[in-house]
Design a binder for this molecule. Structure first.
Ligand code: CP
Length: 327
């Protein structure tokens, strides 16, 4: 794997899932692979799980880790040709190349503005790192995608060991703040790659980007969507059409033990209790949220491992080429 910015960077999902589950059993089996390699983690936004699980994954592989909260660095300029006489002090062209001098892999977290749809959809931050850095880039949640979360979710679903094709529902839930679409987008992308029956449910007006949902069925009646559900994956997101707006705060959409019935409950966390889902859901054995959070480590570890292996193979090919040329 050359980089990991979307789930589409995985060529064989089933193979990766099998390897991640193996890593979960033997987390130190590749602890030599990352020796003398450094992961630099850049955070434009807050994080609990991503920061700690990514650091743990890298250390399980023997890597060194440096963490930089971008708020503590110079204000970055992303536009080309700008006269930088206002608030930005360093251009991404220099910054990305300089960070590449200290890193073997750069991981970036950069949420959307939720104000400028065109700019967010273009993924200008993560794509600028892809363009100007000279080492592989890992997406720790960007404007439109959270593929490490989706990979951890895939591991969790695999561990549920359904004997028949499971019915999986992605349900919108209320939240007082405008939230990104990234987790929901990557989960939809994941569902398109797994052998499942998949439905999305949300109030009218909360349709996700049709370029991502494609022909996924949408059911506007949450109760109907939950009939025969094996898993309800819950997430709030702001409106995509009325970009970044909170259209309603309908507590009827909160996940309750009564409407969940026997279904398993999944959420990426953090979660607002008794707003998104009631206590009885989160405290029930049907909640998989802690297992999901645990699987973040092994999802990230298999990604870092694949990148390190690709890098090692490319370097040995380059070295062989060099030796052959000058022998
Ligand atoms: N689920 C997730 O990405 O959590 P953090 O925002 O805490 O990293």
């Amino acid at each position: 794997m050359k980089k990991f910015t979307t789930l589409n960077d995985i060529h064989n999902l089933q193979e990766i899932l099998a390897q991640a589950l193996e890593l979960k059993q033997h987390p130190f089996s590749f602890s030599h692979l990352g020796k003398q390699k450094t992961l630099v983690m850049l955070f434009f936004n807050a994080s609990l799980r991503t920061r700690l699980s990514t650091e743990k994954a890298a250390k399980n592989l023997g890597m060194e880790v440096s963490v930089l909260n971008i708020a503590n660095a110079w204000n970055l300029e992303f536009e080309n040709g700008t006269i930088m006489n206002l608030n930005t002090s360093e251009h991404i062209k220099e910054a990305a190349e300089v960070i590449s001098q200290y890193a073997d892999i750069i991981a970036v977290r950069a949420f959307p503005s939720l104000k400028n749809k065109e700019q967010d959809t273009a993924e200008y931050i993560i794509n600028s790192f892809l363009k100007y850095a000279s080492v592989p880039i890992v997406n720790m949640e960007s404007a439109t995608a959270h593929p490490l979360q989706a990979l951890a979710d895939a591991i969790t679903i695999k561990e549920a060991n359904f004997t028949k094709k499971p019915n999986i529902v992605l349900s919108w839930a209320p939240h007082p703040k405008a939230l990104p679409h990234s987790v929901a987008n990557s989960f939809v992308n994941l569902m398109h790659k797994m052998d499942v029956n998949f439905t999305i449910t949300h109030p009218k007006g909360y349709e996700l980007d049709p370029a991502i949902t494609k022909n996924s069925p949408i059911e506007y009646d949450q109760q109907k969507a939950f009939e025969n559900a094996d898993i309800v994956y819950t997430k709030n997101w702001s409106s995509f059409n009325d970009y970044g707006k909170v259209l309603l705060d309908d507590e009827m959409w909160m996940i309750t033990k009564k409407n969940l019935k026997e279904a398993k409950f999944m959420h990426c966390l953090p979660i607002r209790r008794n707003v998104v889902a009631e206590d009885a859901v989160l405290d029930s054995p049907n909640s998989l949220v802690i297992q999901q959070a645990n699987n973040r480590t092994f999802a990230t570890q298999i990604v870092l491992q694949q990148i390190l292996m690709y890098d090692k193979m490319s370097n040995s090919k380059l070295n062989n080429h060099y030796i052959n040329q000058y022998e």
